[in-house]
Design a protein around this ligand. Sequence first.
Ligand code: F0G
Length: 466
Amino acid sequence: MSNSQIAYQKCISPSCGKTYDIQQVLVACPQCGELLDVRYNWDKGAPPTSWKDIEKNWAHRDNKLNFSGVWRFRSLFPFAPDEKIVTLGEGQTLLQQANEVAKYVGMNADNLHLQYEGMNPSGSFKDNGMTAAFTHAHMVGAKRAACASTGNTSASLAMYCSVTQLMKAVIFIGTGKISYGKLSQALDYGALTLQISGDFDDAMVRVKEVTRDMDIYLVNSVNPFRLEGQKSIMFRVLEALRWEVPDWIVVPGGNLGNSSAFGKAFYELKQLGLIDKVPRLAVINASGADTLDQLYNRQGVRWNDGNPQRDVIKAFYDKMDAEGLKASTLASAIEINRPVNLIKCLRALDFCNGVVRQVTDQEIMDAKSRVGSGGIGCEPASAASVAGAKLLREEGVIAPSDKVVCILTGHLLKDPTATVAYHSTDQDTFNEVLGSRGVRRATFANRSITVKNELDDIVQAIQLYG
Ligand code: F0G
């Protein structure tokens, strides 16, 4: 049975539900405009019936598809023939038990885990999705691929293009909205980088127009194949927990691709009988980019069996436009006011009995420093998950004895400016980078010590502070 007979695309709106071949390049349903899923006729394929089926791949990791932390789970998203799969060894990531961070969050020892996606080859979780979208682009013979980005998507796309030379990368970024850590990757990997006036939301609108008009393959998370790859983050979490489902998955919310992919992953695993329990999902916005929190908690918008309150969502966006409101947070990766996967995320929240919260930049920076000192470091947006878990603990929504997995989406070195400013002794640096965003204190600052270049002074400093 070929992959195109097993996999197909389907509109997520139950009242439409139109299906499309996987060879079609679509980022929305041509019939009704809603997002699309990649779906599988499991009865026509050979889905895994136990985790042991999947684990067998690990014994053959000389095959690079089985080495990949994404593609060794490919029987759970069988849309690509093996010979078309493009892999750069993505997904070698770690589920880390983080007891120091657990203390900070208010969890019992051993119950907080950090899924560190910064270990991916381009330094963020994006590679999980990019390998899948890039593979689909290759399957359909694309020669150019594009994305709008706050930095990580562009770094990932540019990397897949530069290593494989299969496509040329075109990236759209907003002015002044990208950290050097991420911009440097796209530039070094040779991507055509278009810096447009406006922010990520503006860039997203433009890239959709350009890719449609110029027949360029779009790899943002409106692309349903991206999310198939991102499901593997959950497969690795389960694998690391020896297939025991945790109580909570906590994830930062920006364009809402991850949360949507995670919900789909658990839905499908349940359908296949590989899990019998579904974890609860917590999606965490930054306060300066809180569309999901506003719509979900204040306006009561829900998936509602595929009929979310579209009039409420439209009125919310219209008001945002009328007031000229723009997203604003230090967590630049999630500085997004118009999440393209909103509807899919509502579906995930529904299936996973989810909750949504927002956290301030102060809470994000404090949580980030705790992750740095008690786990592997992360970029500000990633720390929203830990700050969110702490808030939910304080509210009593998460119990200290729950098993919690926070997703750390990107590497510490992606945004060193915020980190250095937080620990800096120089008030001007602090104010410029953090104070301007409403961060008042570096609660857990680890100050550097200035010492004379004299042996005695250095020895004394170590004795005093070490
Ligand atoms: N964390 C990091 C480090 C990110 O780069 C992003 C998104 C998110 C979280 C949000 O994830 O969209 O799945 O809710 N960054 C995109 C980019 C927008 O262009 O790199 P989401």
